[in-house]
Write a protein that binds this ligand. Structure first.
Ligand code: HSE
Length: 291
């Protein structure tokens, strides 16, 4: 029996659209074993009723692509998924299934794929690297995909960083959330994002956390995506007035993350109080980085 644990991830982290991601301390677990014939899929945990238990299951689909790549197949397969990562909330639930499926299939067949090959396959399935890379490697991962190749740098999440994750009861699919992005953006917005995301990565790497509030602002996706849900617009605009600058839309949304560290804990409470004034139910989780 093969067991794989995969973390949730937050992608983009404000200005790092499609290239920056961080692994979080919330995990899905997958058990797989070869059986004599057929496909048995069991799902336990959060959102279990929404997860496919047939050949459309994303873990199975990702395992199948791995078997195709290495051209070896089990006789039959039993998959057990323990799901803790909420679906369609911008916390990397798909990436966790893709990475978990590929890693499990690779282990089952004797680890024929290298870690780089596992990552390439995961990026191919997901379409962008910023969730799958930290789901596979842990920590903070800056990844760049160009002409079918992914290059990355990984480094640990600073130990004092806390991720206050506000998860609304409503789902938002990445497809819908990518659908509202513009074909082009003003040159000044692009320049601003290059500066902010470079500063953010440097601050996360060097531990100069006090630079983070200045670095989280984004012009490429958040302004378009917050229009998809009234509460997102309200939270971001009220937070700006309250000078709460450490928040960003997690991945494609709709969850929001408030980055907190020692001296910021008081302000984190203001963020939680703000979220709790919204009309829908929001679940607040305090997570750490997964290194
Ligand atoms: N970078 C991706 C996006 C992450 O923002 O669409 C969500 O899968």
């Amino acid at each position: 029996m093969i067991k794989v644990t995969v973390p949730a991830t937050t992608a983009n982290v404000g200005p790092g659209f499609d290239c920056l991601g961080i692994a979080l301390s919330l995990y899905n677990e997958i058990e797989v074993e070869e059986i004599e014939e057929g496909l048995l899929i069991e799902v336990e945990g959060r959102d279990q009723e929404k997860i496919e238990k047939n050949k459309n299951n994303l873990i199975y689909q990702s395992m199948l692509k791995t078997f195709d790549k290495i051209d070896r197949y089990p006789k039959g397969l039993r998959i057990k998924q323990y799901n803790n990562i909420p679906l369609a909330r911008g916390l990397g639930s798909s990436a966790a299934c893709i990475v978990g499926g590929i890693v499990a299939a690779n282990k089952l067949m004797g680890n024929l794929l290298s870690q780089e090959e596992v990552l390439e396959l995961a990026v191919e399935i997901e379409g962008h690297p910023d969730n799958v890379a930290p789901a596979l490697l842990g920590g903070v991962v800056v990844s760049c995909q160009d002409e079918g190749k992914t290059s990355y740098v990984r480094f640990p999440v600073h130990e004092t960083l806390k991720f206050i994750v506000a998860i609304p009861e409503v789902e938002l699919s990445t497809k819908a959330s990518r659908g509202v992005l513009p074909e082009s953006v003003p040159f000044r917005d692009a320049v601003k994002n290059v500066g902010k995301s470079s500063l953010l990565v440097a601050a996360l790497m060097s531990g100069e956390l006090e630079k983070i509030p200045y670095a989280l602002q984004d012009c490429l996706h958040q302004p378009y995506r917050t229009k998809l849900m009234a509460s997102l617009e309200t939270i971001f605009s009220k937070a700006e007035k309250l000078d709460l600058n450490q928040l960003f839309l997690s991945g494609a949304g709709p969850s929001i993350i408030y980055l907190s560290w020692k001296q910021e804990e008081e302000r984190a409470r203001t963020f939680i109080n703000l979220v709790n004034t919204m009309p829908e139910q929001w679940n607040i989780k305090t997570l750490q980085g997964d290194n």
